[in-house]
Design a protein around this ligand. Structure first.
Ligand code: UD1
Ligand code: CA
Length: 426
């Protein structure tokens, strides 16, 4: 199996953040998490070495609690990308197979592209394959320098490039597949005689040529995949790009999305055909939405939400960690958290599941069985079970379990005082 080395020791100064760059999130998943998932999703790579440096402890604890097959390796101080990769040497002393090297701040890379890249490397019997891309504006990237016969010569960083080299539009995407056994001796030979005084990983191309290795490039088809995050503006753009990708997939699968530009759907949400999503919805985390549902406008699904078919979640409804069975409606101004809701239930406008006790920090469950009707503006204080078919009168606070087919109501009696206004005038 192949190993991966993921670089993430850099400081990320331009993020202007207290948080390590690779732990910034898109739909609540860390940038680094997207990269590791893409790598693991190839099913060709069994172990990942994450090079950490700045705020290493935070990154390490994230990796430890989320990825069993990934190990963090400390790089301190950070002397460049070549130096970063060499930190994995002690762990891969006897490893002779293929290694894929990538960066922790390119969350849009996909498993399919990585698979194709690795296949390209193998099909060409390559020792070093670098991923390249053609950019109309190649500024700030390393340029791919080719010989007159088209073979790879070297990679030159922008800061080291002359005018002719700067004009080259083929750039280094920063992803490599290497025959580890053949290139591991390169790291002791890298020099720092460049504009940044760093050990450049990119110098392995030249080194490979000098050592008669087979060096190739694979050109990326969709440039968006190597979009790197260096600033909050980049992060916002990546969020949009990823969302557009997810929305497109659902449209192709038969989901109606009225306004793709204002509909946010996390990659881990499944949606059945013929469901309609109205504008301005934010669907975060892992969810499963059935067919023929109607969501929004202005709905917020916060994760671990399962909606069966024909469910309506209307405007200003927030749902979290909740299962809703078929043909149930919560159409207006409602919070449903930590709940199990049956089918053919009507949740009236303004209903709140009071699931959280701020004194004990405990969250409790609300269970509502089939055919229950909850009147408007009711508060359901969890833990709570409402048995089948019961009606809750509007404006009730329900603090204990309710039997089936009953009426429960806590409303104060209505008092009408005749002529009260006329008497109090003047
Ligand atoms: C690098 C490439 C450049 C390529 C670009 C693609 C080199 C010398 N240049 O440039 O050719 O076009 O990526 O995005 O490799 N890192 C460490 N330790 C270090 C230095 C960097 O872990 O000592 C990590 C960073 O956290 C980052 C990655 O390596 O994730 C790339 O480093 P960065 O400084 O951003 O390189 P670029 O200048 O973008
Ligand atoms: Ca970079």
């Amino acid at each position: 199996m192949i190993k991966s080395i993921i670089l993430g020791a850099g400081k990320g100064t331009r993020m202007k953040s207290d948080m390590p760059k690779v732990l910034h999130t898109i739909f609540d998943k860390a940038l680094l998490g997207y990269v590791i998932d893409a790598v693991n999703g190839t099913n060709l790579i069994d172990e990942n070495y994450i090079i950490v440096g700045h705020q290493a402890e935070e990154v390490e604890s994230y990796v430890k609690s989320n990825y069993e097959n990934s190990k963090c390796v400390l790089q301190s101080p950070q002397l460049g990308t070549g130096h970063a990769v060499s930190m994995a040497l002690p762990y891969l002393k006897d490893f002779e197979g293929e290694a894929v090297i990538l960066c922790g701040d390119t969350p849009l890379i996909t498993s399919d592209t990585l698979k194709e890249f690795i296949e390209h490397h193998k099909a060409n019997n390559s020792d070093i394959t670098v991923m390249s891309a053609i950019f109309e504006n190649p500024a700030n990237y390393g340029r791919i320098i080719r010989n007159s016969d088209g073979t790879l010569n070297s990679i030159v960083e922008e800061k080291d490039a002359d005018a002719e080299q700067k004009a080259v539009k083929e750039i280094n995407a920063g992803i490599y597949c290497v025959n580890w056994g053949k290139i591991k001796s390169a790291f002791s030979e890298l020099k720092t005689n460049n504009a940044q005084g760093e050990y450049y990983l990119t110098d392995i191309i030249k080194w490979g040529n000098e050592n008669k290795l087979r060096v190739n490039a694979y050109t990326l088809k969709n440039n968006e995949e190597i979009f790197g995050i260096n600033s909050k503006a980049n992060l916002a753009e990546a969020y949009k790009l990823l969302n557009r990708r997810v929305v497109k997939k659902h449209l192709e699968n038969g989901v109606t999305i009225v306004d793709p530009d204002t509909t946010w759907i996390s990659p881990e949400t499944e949606i059945g055909a013929d469901t309609i999503i109205y504008p301005s919805c934010y669907i975060n985390g892992k969810n499963k939405i059935g067919s023929h549902c109607k969501i929004g406008p202005f709905a917020h699904l916060r994760g671990d939400v399962i909606l069966e078919d024909y469910v309506k979640i209307g405007n200003f409804v927030e749902v979290k960690k909740t299962t809703v069975k078929s043909h149930t409606n919560a159409c207006h101004l409602t919070y449903l958290g930590d709940s199990e809701i049956g089918s053919n239930v009507n949740i009236g406008a303004g209903t709140i599941t009071a699931n959280y006790n701020p004194l004990t920090n405990v969250k409790s469950k609300t269970i509502i069985k089939d055919n229950v009707k909850i009147g408007s503006n009711s508060v359901l204080v969890a833990p709570l079970v409402i048995e089948e078919g019961t009606n809750v009168g509007a404006l009730s606070a329900i603090t204990k379990n309710l039997p089936s087919w009953a009426l429960a109501i806590t409303r104060a009696p209505l008092r009408v005082v005749e002529n009260w206004v006329s008497r109090h005038k003047d």
